[in-house]
Design a protein around this ligand. Structure first.
Ligand code: NAD
Length: 481
């Protein structure tokens, strides 16, 4: 094994593996150290996103939605189905197959790009050196690098009030591998993970109770979107209790007793299984020797500048380890930026144009500022909205709940934020991100031609509505003229 590289990346999640590939594309000698081991005991690239997060959860969201729709029937569409059944083992096996195809794909990309894959635990030493402890031995190796990129991701927050317990009290990883749908499922935290996992198991037959400490639902979302989401989730049967802080849990007779408090006092709930989805924290413990520690804040985030430089010369940190939303695509873009900076190029990430998505049904997606944030900073804006109910394609799909909202600067008309709830919003948000990235005005969106009949026309109409001229909306005030 070489012992000197231009770049050593510690961590092969979407931030680290993308940084490694980009650095190699730029002609640098790159090694990537990672210690993820899959349930079969084999090392696997891709980090949490591929192995235990974004990808397996999306496979189960898709599969559970197909099952749920088939179970409810397609009579409205003139299609009759019978004998619909659930083969959870097959569903889980498909999930594992998709994950393993993708993780093996990254291994192939490493090989094709000449990235040296090193399996083991990396530890940053002073002077841009990295000590690696291989998975199967205690024999450590010390590698030297011109630059080190820390990309060790994040881990689920553990709650003292709900310590993990075999298959009964689990974190998000355990919740992707249940062998049966629990009859009654409790979830602590109605954030992104709690809602996505709640959606999966509700569709697969569980009664789902979500206990959320915050009194406000989805506080990071546009208020109007959050209210519509809460209404639709509750209509689907998710039991979402807000202002409910879990204070203790006890396992008894194979079930989980939960104690929680809200404004009305103390309550108890019993469930068959409990998922703790109370947030994630940076995985920054024990990744650096004491004499090679960058500045880390009290929450465990490594302090970095706008271009992800830490306080140590030559050492960068990216992804969930540093400020900003814990999102795979944000980490990947930081990885590309850092690789390009190391290779001597100019590079930046536009932190004002990061898309966020919640992959429930309806899907929720947004980018840019919310209406409440604009009000807080006193920035005058104009708003346009359009409902999917008035969109022909949504009607054809039979999926008409939700709307798109465009927020634009009152003076310049520049698009400041776009918020969506409804069918395929995870895909529709890309046009909004392009608008933000290119500094488009709502007029630019309004003047753009969108194919008919598509869901994307809802974005067009919302942009037209900023100027009060949505076509497929009857305006009562105009009718009187
Ligand atoms: P989160 O912070 O979004 O939600 C956790 C929730 O748990 C919070 O609302 C919090 O108030 C609540 N909570 C904490 N302690 C509690 C207690 N004792 N009782 C009741 N409620 C309690 O975190 P998450 O959903 O775990 O997600 C973690 C990170 O992963 C987020 O940054 C998220 O963006 C990211 N993620 C993104 C996606 C996606 O892009 N679709 C999917 C999964 C995760």
């Amino acid at each position: 094994m070489n012992d000197r590289y231009d770049v050593i990346v510690i961590g092969a999640g979407p931030a680290g593996y993308v940084a490694a590939i980009r650095a190699a594309q730029l002609g640098l000698a790159v090694a990537c150290v990672d210690d993820w081991v899959d349930p079969r005991g084999e090392s696997a690239l891709g980090g949490t996103c591929l192995n235990a997060g974004c990808i397996p959860s999306k496979v189960l969201l898709e599969a559970s939605e197909i099952y749920d729709k088939a179970r409810q029937g397609f009579a409205d569409y003139g299609v009759s189905v019978s004998g619909v059944g659930l083969d959870l083992a097959a569903m889980m096996a498909r999930k594992d197959r998709v994950v393993s195809e993708l993780t093996r794909g990254i291994a192939g990309l490493f090989e094709a790009n000449g990235v040296r894959r090193i399996t083991g635990r990396g530890w940053l030493l002073s002077g841009c050196r990295v000590e690696v402890t291989p998975a199967q031995s205690r024999q450590t190796v010390v590698l030297e690098a011109g630059h080190v990129i820390l990309a060790t991701g994040s881990v689920p927050v553990q709650l003292d009030a709900a310590p993990l317990h075999a298959n009964l009290i689990v974190d998000s990883t355990g919740a992707l591998a249940f062998d049966t749908a629990p009859k009654r499922l409790g979830i602590i935290g109605a954030g992104v993970i709690g809602l996505e996992l709640g959606a999966v198991w509700k569709r697969l037959g569980s009664e789902v109770v979500l206990l959320e400490a915050q009194p406000e639902f989805l506080s990071m979302c546009d208020r109007q979107v959050a209210q519509e989401a809460l209404r639709q989730y509750r209509k689907q049967g998710l039991d979402i209790r807000l202002g409910a802080r879990v204070t203790g849990c006890a396992v008894e007779d194979g079930r989980v007793g939960i104690e929680y408090q809200d404004d009305a006092g103390d309550h108890a709930e019993t469930v068959d299984r409990l998922i703790v989805a109370a947030g994630r924290r940076p995985n920054s413990d024990g990744i650096c020797a004491p004499d090679a520690e960058p500045v880390i804040d009290s929450g465990g985030f490594i302090h970095v500048d706008e271009q992800c430089r830490t306080s140590l010369p030559g050492v960068y940190a990216i992804g969930d380890l540093v400020r900003g939303p814990m999102l795979a695509h944000k980490g990947s873009e930081e990885g590309i930026m850092v690789a390009e900076l190391i290779a001597g190029h100019a590079a930046r990430v536009n932190y004002d144009a990061i898309p966020s998505v919640i992959y429930t049904r309806p899907e929720i997606a947004w980018a840019g500022m919310t209406e409440q944030a604009l009000k807080t900073v006193d920035r005058p804006y104009r708003s346009g909205t359009f409902a999917f109910a008035a969109n022909g394609r949504a009607r054809a799909l039979g999926d008409t709940g939700g709307f798109i909202k465009v927020l634009a600067d009152a003076k310049t008309d520049r698009v400041l934020g776009v918020h969506m709830i409804g069918p395929h919003c995870s895909e529709l948000i890309a046009s909004a991100v392009l608008a933000l990235e290119f500094g488009a005005s709502s007029e630019d969106l309004a003047a753009t031609m969108f194919a008919h009949p598509t869901l994307s026309e809802t974005l067009h109409e919302a942009a037209l509505d900023v100027g009060g001229r949505a076509i497929h909306r009857a305006r009562k005030d105009r009718a009187k003229d």
